[in-house]
Design a protein around this ligand. Structure first.
Ligand SMILES: [Zn+2]
Ligand SMILES: [Zn+2]
Length: 235
């Protein structure tokens, strides 16, 4: 449980796996994996049995976070001693999905997710920047309004690079006129004509919906439901 910067996928969650699973990954095999309670380390059947993982209380990371301190310390005494035996390596979750995908194909099975291999990923940052330039030099975008996440006014669209389980996406805001939406889609279509990574998800939203709530300590800001005006998905 945590975040790494993957060379292919950028900022991602990662999973920690035991050394045996790691070896299987190196051979592009996707072995059965079992989750260790608490921090969600993934281990093979052998590690699971040899370390009596079955006897540990079934608890998730969120539950662990919310435990009162005393209960947490007590639980740690049984949980932590297991970890040195099971220490392995970490891998980006999208890279793990890639191994699942090629392993599934090798064994003529379906992967557990819809694959998006032909999409712009973090590794294609240069291409993504090119597209951004095409957009901003051909269209005058409205700016994001009072966003708690950006301090200076920026063009009101949000680009996210893709992974193996989700496509490259752009979300546009405050572009409500049909002819403007079409103009932008045309620029995007033209750009993708020229490159092989065509899978994409383009959407237009009426406006942002930031919600600020008072909580015990300070305030919590999050996004509520936003009205989708138009969506264009290329698979
Ligand atoms: Zn193992
Ligand atoms: Zn990755």
């Amino acid at each position: 449980m945590g975040i790494i910067l993957c060379q292919v996928h950028g900022k991602q969650n990662f999973s920690k796996v035991c050394t045996h699973i790691w070896k299987e990954f190196a051979n592009n095999n996707f072995p059965p994996m079992r989750k260790l309670p608490g921090y969600g380390v993934r281990v093979c059947d052998k590690c699971y049995e040899e370390n009596y993982v079955e006897e540990l209380p079934k608890i998730t990371f969120e539950q662990l976070l919310n435990l009162p301190e005393e209960a947490y310390l007590k639980l740690s005494e049984t949980l932590y001693p297991k970890y040195p035996n099971l220490s392995g390596s970490i891998k980006c979750v999208e890279c793990i999905r890639y191994i699942e995908l090629i392993s599934a194909r090798k064994n003529k099975k379906e992967p557990s997710f819809e694959p998006f291999e032909n999409t712009l990923m973090y590794r294609d940052t240069e291409k993504i920047e090119e597209l951004k330039k095409v957009l901003t030099s051909n269209f005058k975008f409205p700016k994001f309004r009072k966003s708690p996440l950006c301090f200076k006014p920026t063009d009101a669209f949000f680009i996210q690079s893709g992974g193996f389980s989700y496509p490259f996406s752009i979300k546009f805001y405050y572009i409500t006129e049909k002819r403007h939406q079409e103009e932008i889609l045309k620029l995007i279509d033209n750009f993708f004509e020229e490159i092989p990574q065509k899978q994409r998800h383009i959407s237009f939203y009426e406006s942002e919906n930031w919600i600020t709530e008072k909580v015990k300590i300070g305030i919590r800001t999050y996004k509520g439901e936003e009205k989708l005006l138009l969506e264009n998905i290329v698979k």
